[in-house]
Design a protein around this ligand. Structure first.
Ligand code: PLP
Length: 402
């Protein structure tokens, strides 16, 4: 056992460092580790630089300056201006603020239409369903093609008169499918329809520019790009009105009450700056090469089939359906890796992922899916070991089937 935290003993594996004897981590779409440089940037603000950024004295000024720098760092990554960034607690808060905040600011009325795709994260889908249920909104769900991408023209055809908002995921969390948003944003803007983008998965993995996407609001989460859980951000284009979810003191330009979480905002800012360097330094190409190596090995040895587009996809994400097995059972039989499936478990029975079903996969193929999401720190050796372990477990399970 290692030294205690708050009087509790820390399990040896964690005390020795999360990666020492632990499974190979291939679940970066669920959450990323905190980059040591991010933690270093945060620590002073959890120790002696503890001021409230609204205070007029020296402690407050130090905090306010740090917050301003963090805001500029987040803005720079997505080509926004600092005043357009609102710090939040997570992507779910950012998404809810955008969807409900815009609907309420535009005096949402019964029968106002909300458009989303069939593969939104629950953070967006449930916010829209809430407006449908409690405020008499109408929801149009745009289907996706077999590769998990929407046809832009179907979105634009759905977003007719009386549309309160269109919300679309940029990169799908299970498949990594990148949606063709550019073609959609420009047209929606010309029609005066507000457009929200959930970029929680794409930020830090591929370049994201709010002007290229022509969106009005865009959401992101710190813990998907090597900052901690507990911080997110919302981009709100200048001139776009939204009601805050948290009413209170007029912080964040009146868009969110509550004293800013300075240390975590600093962490998010540092993570955004690191991401910019990684994106410019060829990080995505290196990651894609490793991901594709894992794909080739698994495809050759098991006949697993890809869920999602080959090209228009996050460079780290590999969603494969393994023939003849259930994804959850395969992962249980492969303790050497930490990964996930999109399937839900109800009363001990696995339900296929709704995202894969929306792509036209059969329930059986969807149940065989495993999502492998690599990170910046994933090595070639880990890729080879993961492929070997998964293949061995798959052989055992598939051969054991009658
Ligand atoms: N949107 C997408 C695409 C996600 O992948 C996630 C998290 O998995 C979220 C929103 C919600 O993020 P959080 O739980 O950090 O609020």
């Amino acid at each position: 056992m290692g030294p205690g935290w708050c009087g509790h003993e820390v399990p040896e594996r964690i005390a020795a460092g999360p990666m020492s004897a632990s499974p190979i981590y291939l679940d970066h779409n669920a959450t990323t580790p905190v980059d040591p440089a991010v933690l270093d940037a945060m620590l002073p603000f959890l120790r002696d630089r503890f001021g409230n950024p609204s205070s007029a004295h020296a402690y407050g000024k130090v905090a306010a300056e740090a917050l301003a720098r963090a805001r500029a760092q987040v803005a720079a990554l997505i080509e926004a201006s600092p005043e357009e960034i609102v710090f939040t607690s997570c992507a779910t808060e950012s998404i809810n603020t955008a969807i409900k905040g815009i609907a309420f600011a535009r005096r949402m009325q019964a029968k106002h239409l909300f458009v989303m795709s069939a593969v939104e994260h629950p953070a967006a889908a449930e916010a829209v369903r809430y407006l449908e249920r409690e405020h008499d909104g109408v929801v149009a769900v745009v289907p996706v093609e077999q590769d998990g991408r929407v046809d832009p023209w179907r979105v634009l055809a759905a977003a007719g008169e009386n549309t309160a908002l269109v919300t679309l995921i940029h990169a799908q969390n299970e498949t990594g499918a990148l949606q063709p948003l550019q073609q959609i944003g420009e047209v929606l803007r010309s029609r005066g329809v507000p457009f929200h983008v959930d970029a929680s998965q794409s930020i830090g993995k591929v370049p994201v520019s709010v002007s290229a996407l022509a969106c009005d609001t865009l959401s992101l989460a710190g813990h998907k790009l090597y900052a901690p859980k507990g911080v997110g951000a919302l981009y709100v284009r200048e001139g776009v009105e939204l009601h805050p979810l948290l009413h209170g003191a007029p912080y964040e330009g009146g868009r969110r009450g509550g004293t800013a979480n300075v240390a975590y905002a600093v962490g998010l800012g540092a993570a955004c700056e690191l991401a910019m360097g990684w994106l410019k330094g060829g990080g995505p190409d290196r990651l894609r090469a490793r991901r594709d190596r894992l794909h080739r090995l698994l495809e050759a040895d098991t006949g697993a089939v890809l869920n999602g587009p080959r090209e228009e996809r996050l460079p780290n994400t590999l969603n494969l359906s393994f023939p003849g097995v259930v994804g959850n059972e395969l992962l249980e039989a492969t303790p050497e890796i930490a990964a996930s499936t999109g399937s839900a478990c109800h009363a001990g029975k696995h339900e296929p992922s709704s995202v894969l079903l929306a792509m036209g996969r059969s329930p059986q193929v969807a149940l065989g899916a495993v999502r492998l999401s690599l990170g910046r720190g994933t090595t070639d050796r880990e890729v080879d070991r993961a492929a070997k372990a998964l293949t061995a477990a798959w052989r055992k399970l598939a051969n054991a089937k009658p």
